[in-house]
Design a protein around this ligand. Structure first.
Ligand SMILES: CC(C)(COP(=O)(O)OP(=O)(O)OC[C@H]1O[C@@H](n2cnc3c(N)ncnc32)[C@H](O)[C@@H]1OP(=O)(O)O)[C@@H](O)C(=O)NCCC(=O)NCCS
Length: 252
């Protein structure tokens, strides 16, 4: 009985060609490998995604919460035709990207999560997943949305994505944008970088294990700084409030 029900609940994945791993030289000089991972790697990824659910800055919280759910659904066979790529510097996890094959010709970009900042690691990882959709899976277009202003700059503006506002995206039902094969070809020489095959030494390090990010985004240590950024560019209101509270304590 249980087995039969599981057969109904578990979607049957299409036979999709795998993503061929590549390597990228970052502006720092580090070599970064981008490769596909399978269901067995998900528990390790979840450990590194979970802390980001508590980082409000740059919408890491909502993106991490959604990525967590998408990875779990992939691991536990509750989503159809999802793939996951990781970017690693040595063995260290630097980015996670995922998406879905919807039907022949159409792909759905899910998320891009950079775990090390400032090196366009997220941009390279996003480019790799677009390469997977267009060049390997043969999609004519990929539906994309962004939850954060940085994401909007990186995808909608850098690739000049087309509006598909009559099509709700799987992420929150918001209007979609599309990366078409034509747009991808236009971006190819500028935004899509990397070489194949990956040298054995880099492959060995990447496959040896997915290690935690060495400098992941974290919640601010100084809560005043975080609040100041959101509500008060000078922090004056909070400084005054703190002084008044201190005086009240002194006068008590
Ligand atoms: C969107 C995202 C994937 C882009 O990754 P990326 O290409 O590696 O870019 P970074 O986030 O490192 O840098 C983006 C900007 O932040 C700034 N930045 C650089 N280092 C930074 C740091 N240590 N901390 C904060 N901001 C930084 C830079 O000004 C950079 O500006 P640029 O656009 O002029 O280069 C990444 O910001 C991210 O994971 N954000 C949270 C999740 C998200 O929004 N995902 C996309 C929606 S699906």
């Amino acid at each position: 009985m249980t087995v039969d029900l599981e057969q109904i609940l578990r979607p049957v994945d299409s036979a999709l060609s795998p993503y061929p791993a590549k390597w990228v030289t970052l502006a720092s000089g580090d070599s970064m490998v981008i490769r596909q991972v399978g269901r067995d790697d998900v528990p390790t990824l979840l450990e590194h995604v979970e802390p980001l659910m508590h980082v409000e800055r740059d919408y890491y919280d909502i993106v991490a919460a959604r990525v967590y759910a998408e990875l779990l659904a992939y691991h536990r066979h509750r989503v159809q035709d999802e793939y996951v790529l990781v970017a690693q510097i040595g063995s260290e996890l630097a980015a996670i990207v995922n998406g879905r094959h919807v039907r022949p010709g159409l792909g759905m970009s899910l998320h891009t999560l950079a775990l090390r900042r400032g090196l366009r690691i997220g941009a390279h990882a996003f480019a790799a997943k677009m390469e997977y959709h267009i060049d390997i899976l043969g999609h004519e277009e990929v539906l994309v949305v962004a939850e954060s202003p940085i994401g909007f700059r990186r995808w909608m503006i850098e690739y000049q994505l087309e509006e598909r506002f009559d099509t709700p995206h799987e992420l929150g039902g918001v209007p979609s944008y599309a990366l078409t094969k034509e747009l991808f070809d236009r971006a190819r020489s500028k935004l899509i970088v990397g070489r194949r095959p990956v040298p054995d030494e880099l492959t060995a390090k990447a496959e040896a294990g997915i290690l935690p990010p060495s400098d992941p985004p974290t919640p601010p240590m100084d809560l005043l700084a975080a609040t100041r950024a959101e509500y008060d560019t000078t922090g004056t209101a909070l400084t005054m409030q703190r002084r008044m509270q201190e005086r009240e304590v002194e006068n008590a």
